[in-house]
Design a protein around this ligand. Structure first.
Ligand SMILES: Cc1cc2nc3c(=O)[nH]c(=O)nc-3n(C[C@H](O)[C@H](O)[C@H](O)COP(=O)(O)OP(=O)(O)OC[C@H]3O[C@@H](n4cnc5c(N)ncnc54)[C@H](O)[C@@H]3O)c2cc1C
Length: 316
């Protein structure tokens, strides 16, 4: 993250656009060890966390977190403008001589003699000497075609937006580290829909195929539990979501990424399973994917992201 932070800032300077809006982030939780870890990580990034009691948090933000919770503000946090980031990256890539091809779905991937990779789709075929594959939620079936089998689960996430009752209420970027069902909740301040705060449960049901995501009815139970959460903790919000969108997380069993090369074809590199947390670190991961593809040493130790870690350990 520390590397990516500098790279996003560099990209802003090069492109002359603002991509990262500084926005202190509040973390709340009941587990002191999680809060200590967060504080260490903020300090590692060069900032001093502000530690608060639940009472302090509630007075400052009009929230209603239980008295036994602890609060922490990370003053160095920010929100990336995702659409603008993607547009800017594509523009810089084009300006550097790259070509962006949209609407070219790859249906088949095949290793050819002499190590070339052939991609085939409804629009034809392409052969390449090296490839970096990052197919997001479609990674499982696509990588399986070249013999890479990863235990990826695609989860459908319901993204809810809640109306703020009174205009001048301070809204926050926050993460609630308590476990609700099987994951925590997080929120982003007023940046997308005017007058609405985004508040999301960081997990959701596993779906069979990413193409099906909008065909499956949203879970009422999930919606109801988020409504209760808002009612209990955010009296400043109307506890009836106004907008509900869906998105997909591609999760690994340990929620860490997979960044590796094909065990038999070193010219095939892949990165996937970002488990809902991959956007912000894209510049650093991208730099090392490039290094892998060009056969250069990586800047970071990627062994923690190896695909091998999911292989059943031998009992011998
Ligand atoms: C609502 C939401 C909130 C999030 N919030 C955060 C956050 O706060 N912080 C954070 O760091 N991350 C966040 N994430 C997660 C982050 O967006 C992902 O981790 C990241 O986008 C994963 O990048 P990726 O390149 O692996 O996959 P993707 O971004 O999904 O890109 C995969 C690309 O591959 C293309 N593709 C797939 N199959 C094929 C094929 N067969 N042929 C051709 N192209 C193909 C797709 O069209 C797509 O363009 C969030 C995600 C969602 C949905």
């Amino acid at each position: 993250m520390a590397d990516s932070f500098g790279m996003w800032k560099k990209m802003e300077r090069e492109a002359g656009v603002t991509l990262l809006r500084p926005h202190p982030m509040l973390a709340v939780g009941e587990d002191q060890s999680i809060m200590t870890k967060l504080a260490t990580s903020v300090r590692k990034g060069g900032s001093e966390p502000i530690l608060l009691s639940a009472g302090d948090v509630n007075r400052k933000y009009g929230t209603n977190f239980p008295a036994h919770c602890h609060g922490l503000i990370d003053p160095s946090a920010g929100v990336l403008m995702a659409d603008k980031c993607v547009q800017t990256l594509q523009r810089l890539f084009r300006e550097a001589g790259g070509r962006v091809v949209d609407e070219w779905p790859v249906q088949e991937v095949e290793m050819k003699p002499h190590g070339e990779v052939e991609l085939r789709g409804p629009k034809g075929s392409v052969r390449t000497a090296r490839i970096v594959m990052c197919p997001g939620p479609w990674a499982g079936p696509l990588l399986a075609k070249i013999g890479v089998h990863l235990p990826l689960q695609v989860r459908r996430i319901s993204v809810f937006y809640w109306r703020i009752k009174e205009e001048d209420t301070p809204t926050i970027s926050f993460v609630d580290t308590r476990e609700f069902d099987d994951g925590h909740n997080y929120g982003v301040p007023l940046l997308e829909y005017p007058g609405m705060m985004k508040l999301v449960h960081h997990t959701g049901p596993v779906i069979e195929s990413p193409d099906e995501r909008d065909k499956i009815a949203a879970s009422t139970q999930h919606r109801e539990s988020m409504k209760q959460y808002v009612k209990d903790n955010f009296p400043t919000l109307d506890p009836e979501p106004v907008v509900e969108e869906t998105c997909l997380y591609t999760c690994t069993p340990d929620l860490e990424f997979v960044v590796d090369r094909h065990p038999r074809h070193p010219n095939v590199i892949f990165a996937c399973g970002f488990s809902g947390t991959g956007f912000k670190i894209a510049p650093a991961i991208g730099e090392d994917l490039c290094n892998l593809a060009l056969g250069r040493p990586t800047v970071r130790d990627l062994s923690v992201f190896s695909a091998d870690r999911f292989k059943a350990k031998s009992k011998m």
